[in-house]
Design a protein around this ligand. Structure first.
Ligand SMILES: CC(C)(COP(=O)(O)OP(=O)(O)OC[C@H]1O[C@@H](n2cnc3c(N)ncnc32)[C@H](O)[C@@H]1OP(=O)(O)O)[C@@H](O)C(=O)NCCC(=O)NCCSC(=O)CC(=O)O
Length: 492
């Protein structure tokens, strides 16, 4: 028999295998139940009654009490479920739009600015990067970056923060009808800008929130910090009164980070990072909830120097500050993804995939690594994937590593095209895309995967309770034009 026909046969048998393994308890319990019923019928009611009377009261008590006590303990000690009430993303403004031509013309003019080292070669390099980046013509930069030279001071940075996060929070409050006074926990993450007072203080001051609100600002934690914030908020909610509300705000402030040097690895962020932010409301109350948070799994590979240094804020040899994105980033992201799927796999995959993975692991140990490792099929665990839109190559790598179809990574590619790399908020723009397309159904499972400096790979798994009722949100004015075709290299 040829190998192709035997693999086709194996493919045909896979659904049967999955059905048996994933319903193992039912498959085992059904014959046992039938045998018990047949036996009971054979013995007859009188004999059954006699046997029941022969039981000692202490046995009857133990048989009832032990399971009841175990169930009560389980219910008391299990973590409280946490729900996503709703989320809102910053809606970009047309006056902040940077078509490629505008971006490059602006960069050319910056070459004449006193003190800047960026030159004609840097602009040509950025042109090549933009053509390959997967970004579209409607991404937005903060107003301060439209000036020549771009403003990078505190006032301009604060102005960007206010435009982005207040817009997202206003939308969220309007959508959910919740009053700012009802918010008990506030977690904000922004990697590159950490002013005093912090973002949480800005929000508390603007919305006149309560004085006993628990609040945390995470900085320097990279693009995967949004999911760390979700995990932190979930932990706070475990010890807050039932029904408490946590507001999570994820953003990146790019105003202070326009790089004016000519180090290629530091010019890359100028081309990729764009304005964006998201506000997310979590609660332990299921009332009005749209998603249930099933898992948050964080993995970190920062103990290795190459992983630690691969996204690095530094000054170049001429003293210009920027973010250095290493060419090794894709390899490091691949390794950290492996660590993350090894941790989340057992928590979310069906038994059939876990068994195949375990068997391939054992076979590799026994047969001296001659067996290809089995890549679990995560499409069995999730209907939707929100992969951090870090860059075209990041999405390509994830699609390849996880064996996903073009449709599975469509939300990531389209979010990159429409909004650029919006750092930790990108996964929320992707969720909004899936909902705006009307593809979310109750019961659907969503996997958010974030990558970022450190190097970190963090995951959150959600289950949909109630999909969005309309396409209102960051995609409202553009969803009808998507998906668009994204060529490897833009043709002029
Ligand atoms: C930059 C790309 C769009 C380039 O596209 P291609 O792969 O088609 O092209 P390519 O690899 O030939 O690269 C084009 C040219 O850019 C150069 N080049 C590419 N990456 C570079 C880097 N990191 N440093 C210096 N140069 C680089 C190549 O050498 C080549 O130049 P030459 O032709 O002269 O050799 C892509 O590689 C990409 O999406 N990379 C991932 C971007 C990334 O790191 N994202 C994560 C951001 S961090 C983040 O999101 C998280 C966080 O901040 O925490």
């Amino acid at each position: 028999m040829s190998s192709s026909s035997s693999s086709a046969q194996l493919k045909r048998l896979k659904p049967l295998y999955q059905h048996v393994v994933n319903n193992f308890l039912v498959v085992m319990a059904a014959p046992l139940a039938v045998a018990t019923i047949v036996n009971a019928a054979r013995v007859g009611p009188d004999e059954l009654l006699r046997m029941a009377r022969a039981l000692r009261p202490v046995h009857v008590f133990l048989a009832a009490f032990v399971p009841a006590a175990a169930a009560t303990l389980y219910l008391m000690l299990r973590p409280r479920p946490v729900y996503l009430v709703d989320y809102a993303c910053f809606r970009t403004k047309p006056n902040c739009r940077v078509p490629f031509a505008t971006f490059l013309e602006h960069a050319k003019l910056v070459t004449y600015v006193e003190g800047a080292s960026i030159d004609e070669r840097s602009v040509r390099f950025m042109t090549r990067l933009l053509e390959r980046s997967g970004l579209g013509e409607e991404t937005c930069l903060p107003p301060a970056h439209h000036f020549i030279p771009p403003y990078r001071n505190l006032e301009a940075s604060r102005a960007e923060v206010e435009v982005v996060i207040f817009n997202a929070i206003d939308d969220l409050l309007a959508k959910t009808g919740i009053s700012p006074a009802a918010i008990d926990i506030l977690v904000v993450n922004c990697s590159l800008f950490a002013p005093i007072p912090s973002f949480t203080d800005m929000i508390i001051n603007k919305y006149k929130m309560r004085s006993d609100i628990r609040n945390v600002h995470l900085s320097g934690m990279g693009c995967s910090a949004g999911l760390i914030s979700v995990g932190l908020a979930r932990n706070f909610l475990q010890v807050a009164p039932h029904g408490a509300h946590a507001l999570v705000v994820s953003t990146e402030t790019i105003t202070p980070n326009y790089y004016v040097g000519k180090e290629r690895a530091m010019l890359l962020p100028n081309c990729l990072f764009r304005m964006g932010g998201a506000a997310v409301l979590l609660s332990t109350s299921r009332a009005k909830a749209r998603f249930r948070l099933s898992r948050v799994v964080r993995t970190l590979t920062g103990a290795q120097d190459s992983a630690y240094r691969c996204v690095f804020q530094e000054e170049d040899s001429e003293g210009h500050r920027g973010i250095n994105l290493s060419k090794d980033l894709m390899t490091i992201a691949g390794d950290s993804l492996k660590a993350n799927i090894t941790a989340i796999g057992p928590l979310v995959l069906p038994a059939s995939e876990q068994l195949l993975f375990a068997l391939s692991f054992i076979a590799r140990r026994v047969l001296n690594r001659r067996v290809k490792p089995y890549l679990p099929d995560f499409r069995m665990a999730f209907e939707h994937f929100c992969i951090h839109a870090g860059g075209r190559a990041v999405i390509d790598e994830l699609q390849r590593s996880l064996g996903l179809s073009d449709e599975h990574v469509e939300a990531s590619r389209m979010a990159l095209h429409r909004f650029g790399n919006t750092s930790s908020s990108s996964v929320w723009y992707e969720l909004a895309y899936i909902e705006a397309k009307g593809r979310m159904r109750p019961g659907d499972r969503v996997w958010m995967i974030g990558f970022g400096s450190g190097f970190k790979c963090n995951s959150a798994a959600w289950e949909c309770i109630s999909p969005a009722r309309n396409a209102d949100g960051p995609w409202a004015d553009s969803i009808c034009r998507y998906p668009v075709d994204i060529p490897e290299v833009l043709k002029h």
